[in-house]
Design a binder for this molecule. Structure first.
Ligand SMILES: Nc1ncnc2c1ncn2[C@@H]1O[C@H](COP(=O)(O)OP(=O)(O)O)[C@@H](O)[C@H]1O
Ligand SMILES: Cc1ncc(COP(=O)(O)O)c(C=O)c1O
Length: 272
């Protein structure tokens, strides 16, 4: 590896995620977040997502061939040393298998899994096969997993309607073998605050922010997981990384941008 100027060297993170043409989900969100937090971002695209304005904003989903997903991961780790990766939408079972093979090419300090099962508004039944394959092939490599309320229920097999149930579900997901679980209550639990919980195998820590409005925001979940990834790439411990990421996503929500789509997009710019 060439090193020209060590003081200019910035930490690196790899995102393995889908591209949302809106710029408000997946790989573009991750790279914007990495950049804003001072991390050199690299990317392997797993699928292409676009939205059809003339068809009720339905999703159009196109998977990248599995061998190309593997090739991108191999290429990224050959180009620059990477210790930390974030996994977003994989979308299909073959894509999940290719990603697992890519992960097995080297040791990772942290693998942050945002277990995106479906896009906001997509048919819930399509999540089932993906859910099982993620548990089987990716979860064993993950050091941190960041499920939203829907994904928390899917991964834990429990209904979650209260904060106590969210904590129990986070513990249950930890029992699947993931060292750190960040279960996001977000807008889905009652109360004035959006509450997330971190389960580290022995303690629960709560992270709260006043709810900003009552509409979901495109890119909030990706931004949170990408910010955790960036902080871990800079050497933070997991709890400190989640704390910064919570502040960062709240900033991005406060700077939301309107889209010609049902929900606004978060915007990461202007952070500190
Ligand atoms: N309206 C909101 N106000 C404040 N925080 C929010 C709001 N919506 C989501 N969050 C926070 O943003 C992050 C992403 O949450 P969420 O939208 O539930 O994830 P996802 O995008 O994966 O569904 C979490 O930290 C959640 O608590
Ligand atoms: C490619 C891709 N990844 C991830 C997501 C999830 O994004 P969010 O951060 O809004 O949960 C979406 C949603 O549209 C997407 O299209």
């Amino acid at each position: 590896m060439k090193t020209v100027n060590d003081s200019a060297f910035v930490p690196t993170a790899l995102t393995i995620a889908g591209n949302a043409a809106s710029g408000a989900g997946g790989l573009p969100v991750d790279l914007k977040t990495f950049h804003e937090l001072g991390v050199y971002g690299m990317g392997a695209v797993t699928c292409l997502v676009s939205f059809q304005a003339d068809a009720g904003w339905g999703h159009s989903f196109f998977p990248i061939p599995p061998e190309q997903i593997l090739q991108q991961i191999r290429s990224a780790i050959q180009i620059r040393p990477i210790e930390v990766t974030k996994i977003g939408m994989l979308g299909t079972v073959p894509s999940i298998e290719a990603t697992a093979e890519g992960l097995s090419l080297q040791q990772w300090k942290h693998v942050v899994l945002d277990p995106v099962l479906i896009c906001k508004g997509q048919e819930a039944s399509s999540a089932l096969a993906v859910d099982q394959a993620l548990i089987e092939h990716i979860l064993p490599s993950a050091t941190v997993v960041t499920p939203n309320l829907f994904e928390t229920q899917a991964l834990s097999g429990r209904q979650v309607t209260t904060l106590d149930e969210l904590k129990d579900a986070a513990r249950a997901i930890g029992d699947l073998g993931v060292p750190y679980v960040v279960a996001k209550g977000g807008l889905g639990l009652p109360g004035e605050d959006a509450v997330d919980v971190l389960w580290d195998g022995s303690e629960i820590t709560e992270f709260r922010a006043r709810k900003r409005g009552d509409q979901p925001l495109n890119g909030a979940g990706c931004t949170l997981a990408a910010a955790i990834t960036a902080e871990l790439a800079k050497g933070a411990e997991v709890e400190a990384a989640v704390s910064v990421a919570r502040e960062f996503v709240t900033h991005a929500i406060d700077h939301r941008q309107p889209l010609n789509m049902p929900n606004d997009a978060v915007w990461q710019g202007g952070w500190r």
